[in-house]
Design a binder for this molecule. Structure first.
Ligand SMILES: [Fe+2]
Length: 399
C-alpha cells in the first residue's frame, strides 16, 4: 500500500485552517495544524517532518517567509512548501519563489484548485525522492564494486608474495616509484592508477614458471627454461585481463619486458610503440634492482645507481622517463644512505624500512621500502605477540 502523505497546515485563521483540514483529509491526506510560525518551524524540523507544508505568510511569532528562510538555510529537510497569503502582490510572489517556496496561492482560494496543486507537487516530490534513493543505491553499489576490485588486487598481490617473498616487496616499491614517475610526466589519473596496478601485478605470470627457473638470472637459463620464463608477461596479462577495469593494466603487464631499443619480449616492440605504462614500469624496475644491488653491496649511493641507470638509456629504457626520474623524482625523494637499528617499541610512523621484517619462521611481514604507518606498526606488534619477530628492525635514517 502506498504511504499516506503527511501535510502540515500552518495557518492562524481558524476558519481557513479548518477548511483546509477538512478537504485535505477527505482527499486522503494526513494533516497536522499549527497556528503560528514558531510551531510550524518546530513541526517541520522535528522527528517526523511533513511531506508538504501549506504555509501562511502572515502569522504570529514568525512570518511564513521567516520560517521558509530558516528551513532552507538549515537544509536538513526538504518538504514541498506552498505559501498562502491574502496579498496578491508580484514582489512577494517573486521573493517567496526565489527563497525556495514551491508554489504560491492567494486567499481566498478554490479548494479544488489548491488540491490539484498539492497533488501535482506531491507527485513530483515522490519522483524526486525515488530518484534520490536510486542515486544513493547506485553509489552504494559502486562503492561495493570498488571494494571488491581492491580486494581482488590485494589477493593477486598476495599470490605473488607467496610465490617469492622479495618479489612482493619489489613490485610494491616499483609501483610506488612508477606512480611518482607517471604523475610527474603529467599522465591522466586513471592511467597512473593502471600503471600502479600493472606494476603490482606484473610478475603474476611467474606462477606458471617453476620457482627454481624464475630465480635464475636470464643469462643462466637453458633454452627450454628461457622459453618458459619469457611466457610470463603474456600469462600475467591474460589473468589480469579477466578482471573488469584492468584492461589497460593487462596491456602494460604484457609489455613490461620490452626494450626501448628493441629486442625485448614477448612482441619485440621498440620506442613509443611500447605502451607508456610498460616504459614507466621498466625504468622503475631497473632503478629498484640497481638500488637493491647497491644496498646488498653496502653501497647505497644514489648517484652511482643513477649513473648505472643512465647507461641503459636508449638500449633498454625510455630516455625521457629516465630524465623525469633524474630531474623530478629523485630530487624530491629523500633517498637515505644510513640505517638505524630499532626495536619494535621504538618504531614511529613515517619511518621507511631499509630491510625486510620477517617472523621467526622466515615469513615476510613487511618488505624493504615500506613506509611505516600506524596500522603497519600495529600489525607488527600484533604479529610479535603471536609469533615473535626475533631480529631488530632496520629503517632508513634521514641525514
Ligand atoms: Fe617480469
Amino acid at each position: 500500500m502506498e504511504a499516506v502523505f503527511r501535510l502540515l497546515i500552518a495557518e492562524d485563521e481558524e476558519a481557513t485552517a479548518r477548511l483546509l483540514k477538512t478537504f485535505l483529509e477527505k482527499a486522503g491526506y494526513q494533516t497536522t495544524s499549527v497556528s503560528n510560525g514558531g510551531a510550524a518551524l518546530e513541526a517541520i524540523t522535528g522527528p517526523t517532518p511533513p511531506d508538504l507544508v501549506l504555509l501562511d505568510l502572515m502569522m504570529p511569532v514568525m512570518t511564513g517567509m521567516e520560517v521558509l528562510e530558516r528551513v532552507k538555510s538549515q537544509g536538513q529537510v526538504d518538504p514541498v512548501v506552498i505559501l498562502l497569503t491574502g496579498m496578491d502582490d508580484g514582489q512577494t510572489r517573486v521573493q517567496a519563489l526565489s527563497m525556495g517556496a514551491d508554489d504560491y496561492v492567494t486567499k481566498p482560494f478554490h479548494p479544488k484548485e489548491l488540491l490539484a496543486r498539492v497533488k501535482t507537487h506531491l507527485r513530483l516530490k515522490r519522483l524526486r525522492d525515488d530518484q534520490q534513493l536510486r542515486n544513493q543505491q547506485l553509489e552504494e553499489l559502486n562503492a561495493r564494486i570498488q571494494r571488491g576490485f581492491h580486494q581482488a588486487l590485494r589477493t593477486m598481490s598476495e599470490v605473488i608474495e607467496t610465490f617469492e617473498d622479495d618479489l612482493g616487496g619489489h613490485c610494491r616499491r616499483v609501483a610506488e616509484l612508477a606512480r611518482e614517475l607517471s604523475t610527474n610526466m603529467g599522465l591522466e589519473a586513471e592511467v597512473v592508477n593502471q600503471i600502479d596496478y600493472a606494476a603490482r601485478l606484473m610478475d603474476l605470470g611467474l606462477i606458471g614458471v617453476p620457482r627454481e627457473i624464475a630465480k635464475k638470472h636470464e643469462k643462466a637459463m637453458t633454452g627450454g627454461e628461457w622459453q618458459l620464463y619469457r611466457h610470463h608477461p603474456e600469462l600475467g596479462a591474460e589473468i589480469v585481463r579477466n578482471v573488469e577495469g584492468l584492461d589497460e593494466a593487462a596491456r602494460f603487464i604484457r609489455h613490461h619486458h620490452e626494450r626501448y631499443g628493441g629486442g625485448g619480449f614477448p612482441d619485440d616492440l621498440a620506442g613509443e610503440k611500447i605502451p607508456v605504462g610498460s616504459r614507466v614500469i621498466a625504468v622503475a624496475t631497473k632503478f629498484d634492482h640497481l638500488m637493491e644491488e647497491a644496498r646488498k653491496a653496502g653501497d647505497e649511493h644514489p648517484e652511482q645507481v643513477l649513473f648505472n641507470l643512465l647507461k641503459e638509456r636508449r638500449t633498454n629504457l625510455d630516455p625521457k622517463i629516465v630524465e623525469v626520474l633524474r630531474r623530478k623524482v629523485l630530487p624530491a625523494r629523500d633517498v637515505p644512505i644510513h640505517e638505524r637499528r630499532l626495536s619494535l617499541p621504538e618504531l614511529q610512523e613515517g619511518m621507511r624500512l631499509s630491510r625486510d621484517v620477517k617472523t621467526v619462521d622466515g615469513r615476510l611481514l613487511l618488505a624493504t621500502g615500506v613506509l611505516l604507518t600506524g596500522p603497519y606498526i600495529a600489525k607488527l606488534i600484533n604479529h610479535d605477540r603471536i609469533l615473535p619477530i626475533v631480529h631488530d628492525i632496520f629503517v632508513h635514517a634521514p641525514q
